[in-house]
Design a protein around this ligand. Structure first.
Ligand code: NDP
Length: 248
């Protein structure tokens, strides 16, 4: 029996590390052609080479998701190379936690540009193809922080609450086109996400907490695999998951 991943074309942003990288590996190993987007070209080229050498289909496209034209190019290259786009996975994101009173305007803008606008650009680039195909699956990434507020996380939470809102709106709107939508809301996953917190005290405190409980990014990838491998008439819309040890 086909698991509904074999033969699909999946575009993955944030594929250079953490959840996106683990998802690329899982989908490639299960027979999808994966198109990898991130800014760190050497990382995604190395991953694409590794997957290709292992007999899988992969292509790397340097992409800054804050730039609409680059996201469009990512999807265009996927369609030119593999003929279609079956899954758009908007995984790129960042979480530079800080209290609002620190006025880290650049970080506010980065989070809005990458987490929210980058996700929208991914939707916008893939949607016309999926409408024409009358099939597709769009994955967006929220967070436990898309369900509740946490310390020093006002802007991050605003972007992740926003991702849930636009994912639900998308779900309602794309019914006529046979497109599925899944929003994933992870708890603590062991990735590079915390490395970019510029406030040293907050970074170290968060790393201390997260390192005790975090689950590996392969857990995230399995959630993607589950949602995608369901039959086409099953639309897994939301997945909220945490480490079993995560109390909040
Ligand atoms: P990582 O920091 O390991 O990965 C983040 C990815 O996003 C990298 O591949 C990075 O690539 C990419 N990225 C960041 N900025 C841009 C940009 N401007 N353009 C393109 N790509 C960009 O963290 P995670 O894997 O944990 O993060 C994946 C998603 O999961 C994020 O949306 C995050 O908010 C979410 N999440 C993570 C949780 C966790 O505990 N880890 C919990 C809840 C949600 P590059 O730098 O090469 O561009």
């Amino acid at each position: 029996m086909s698991d509904n991943i074999q033969g699909k074309v999946a575009v993955i942003t944030g594929a250079s590390s953490g959840c996106g990288e683990a998802t690329a590996r899982l989908l490639a190993e299960r027979g999808a052609s994966v198109v990898l987007g991130a800014r760190r070209l050497e990382r995604i080229e190395a991953l694409a080479a590794e997957l290709t050498e292992a007999g899988f289909q992969a292509k790397a496209v340097q992409t800054d998701v804050a730039d609409r034209a680059q996201v469009q190019n990512l999807v265009d290259v996927a369609v030119e190379t593999f003929g279609r786009v079956d899954a758009m996975l908007n995984i790129a994101g960042l979480m530079p936690l800080a209290p609002l009173e620190d006025l880290k305007f650049d970080e506010w803008e980065q989070m809005i540009d990458v987490n929210l606008k980058g996700t929208l650009y991914g939707i916008g680039a893939a949607l016309p193809h999926m409408k024409a195909q009358k099939s597709g699956h769009i994955f967006n990434v929220s967070s436990v922080y898309g369900h509740k507020l946490g310390p020093d996380a006002s802007v991050y939470c605003a972007t992740k609450f926003g991702v849930r809102a636009l994912s639900e709106g998308l779900r309602q709107e794309v019914k006529p086109y046979n497109i599925r939508t899944t929003v994933l809301s992870p708890g603590a996953v062991a990735t590079e996400l915390l490395d970019h917190i510029s406030d040293q005290t907050i970074r170290e405190q968060t790393q201390d907490f997260v390192s005790q409980i975090a689950i590996p990014p392969e857990s995230f990838a399995r959630m993607v695999g589950f949602a995608m491998s369901e039959p086409d008439d099953v639309d897994v819309n939301e997945i909220l998951f945490r480490p079993t040890a995560q109390p909040i």
